[in-house]
Design a protein around this ligand. Sequence first.
Ligand code: MRU
Length: 341
Amino acid sequence: MKVNIDGETRHLFAVWYEDDVVKLIDQRKLPEKIEVFLASSTDDIAFAIKDMVVRGAPAIGVTAAYGLAMAKLKGEDMTVAVDKISKTRPTAFDLFKAIAFMKDNNFDMNAAKRYSSEISGRSKKIGEYGNELISSGNRILTHCNAGALAVVDWGTALAPMRIAHNQGKKIFVFVDETRPRLQGAKLTAWELGQEGIEHAIIADNAAGYYLRKKEIDLAIVGADRITANGDFANKIGTYEKAVVAKENGVPFYVAAPGSTFDFSIASGEGIPIEERSEDEVLVVNGKRLGPAESRAKNPAFDVTPHKYVTAFITEYGIFRPEDLGRVKILMNKDLFMKINQ
Ligand code: MRU
């Protein structure tokens, strides 16, 4: 991804392996600071995923792949390493895809590097297909951060916007702030700013207002897990955006690589939903909101039924939910994505 540091444009990845450690852009520090978090053990990797130093389904998968390869090189007990990493975040399917891939490849570091470059190459393809859905002048809604930070490079939902912008199309992005962790306001807005893409952050509850006024032409979001029938989990709040988009005739697209598709689950009912700490809701800028005795609930994801999805943008092309059987066939023919479940 393009990042301007002290007036110089640099190309950074969200995660990489260098000098015997896994390096991650510390997403907890953005947009104030670009800081690199160094993970040199499985415990560091598990902490980084759990505490959201790195987040976003594909980037979690890449971090797990590098982390397992590093654990093997350091002579760690691999059963323990796999167990610790697989217990970090339950919803993002990419985590389990990456673990299965690394097991199949004997936790080899070259396999982890390949995993990372495949994911980033595939997200570029998503961008190229998704770009075909964007016309100059379009106003696009997105939720959470499904950008390069959430992948390694390019992004899923943001990849089509990057390519459309690079081709000179004039676009405007409505960025849901995405309570409670504010991935939209802090990360998506930062990425779009670095690319020079025009955007505005909106309060989460403002999207319906703009959808009804027809000031949004299409919505593109990412996904954490997509099931066989096309139901999908994504950041909490996605469901209500999809319902309001359909109600107002606004196309709603879901961008994701094969590594996010879990064909072993028939429908969204089977997706495990992560519950995170109450403090993410109750504490803002170090200050507790609400009465001291009030509790909070904090589901990190919700499930959107497939009837609200116009189409999925994948590295294989664009597919309506009823055509996901074709994605399964294509994945089975694809040596990297081959479904071993
Ligand atoms: O809790 P997060 O920040 O990991 O949630 C991220 C999302 O919901 C993204 O939309 C999803 O992982 C797709 S990222 C390309």
